[in-house]
Design a protein around this ligand. Sequence first.
Ligand code: GLA
Length: 395
Amino acid sequence: MSRPKFPVAIALLVTAYILPAVFAQTTTLAATPPMGWNSWNHFAGKVSDADVRAAADALVSTGMRDAGYIYVNIDDTWQGERDAQGVIHANNKFPDMKALADYVHSKGLKIGIYSSPGPLTCAHYAGSYLHEEQDAKTYAEWGFDFLKYDLCGFREIMRKEAPNDPQKAFAMQKDAYEKMHKALIATGRPILYSLCQYGLNDVWKWGTDVGGNSWRTTGDISDRYSRMAEIGFSQAGLAKYAGPGHWNDPDMLEIGNGGMTEDQYRQHMTLWVILAAPLLAGNDLSKMTPSTLALLINREVIAVDQDPLGKQGDRVSAVGPTEIWSKPLSNGALVVGLFNRADAPSPITLKLQDVGFDNNAKLRDLWKGSEVTPKNGAYTVTVPAYGAVLLKVSR
Ligand code: GLA
């Protein structure tokens, strides 16, 4: 009679304390898609302590922090050697990680770091393989709030231990991501967990199970229109996998890096907010043109991404090189993106009944910040080459 008592007590403990704690941590983190900056797209392997401090300063001075860009994320190439106890240290580009984290926090911002479940990262720096708990503890002690965990070198382990066995390799991959999630939870510090494995094995179907607050859905973006559009428009059909606490991540922003025109960058931002994507600026924030800042900081546009309903948008229609996408917003409103993927301007018509509204609907052009008027239940606008128009539709 007395034997079951112990397991029952444990079960009660788990239900009453441990599960709610784990749940609270995954849902309060990333209630809306994470916003901030990441070093990779502009600084890549050159990023240093000074660049990260400059990014933090710029987030404050430009008003981006107050518009929601909170995370300052160091990507690959910060890692130095492990000491005799196996504790990871930063390399000489980052003389004092704790001091850097304190500095970023003192600006009212949060700070992110990067590692890999493999022995090596993509840039061949030390990963967390066989040091997961130790590394999570180090990140927490330094004061980090965000971890991007990039598969890279772990693929080598999968190839070695599961040659020609994709099922086993997949199970290994999931275990590796779950292991780091448990290590992060064990630190007691809320650390947003950003999976990066390029969308392999339909990660959107299991990213939440391994604790992910976001997961990359594709290979790397680059600062070219064709690549940005290829990634962005390939996201159709993934909406149902995203929601508060767990987001599809089509990769970081390239806005302001110089490889696209202003209209192309506007299309990039418009598509990313409709996708409820993480908005991680990837440019040098300390040297931004006014037009770059205007694209990044438009409050009405950001509000689409950050809408509390937390629904990702999807494609409504595609006719030749023009596409219409929509995203449901709270309070029954809807946002509609009109996209022109061609190299010449093109008129695009939104028929209100095609998106579930009648002729009395109100329309607002969010980039322009002004109301526009539909005629007979339709609104036609000329969208620039490679451009986008973002309309809010409400009753
Ligand atoms: C991979 C990731 C990129 C970046 C680099 C760093 O390619 O997908 O986002 O983190 O590694 O080496």
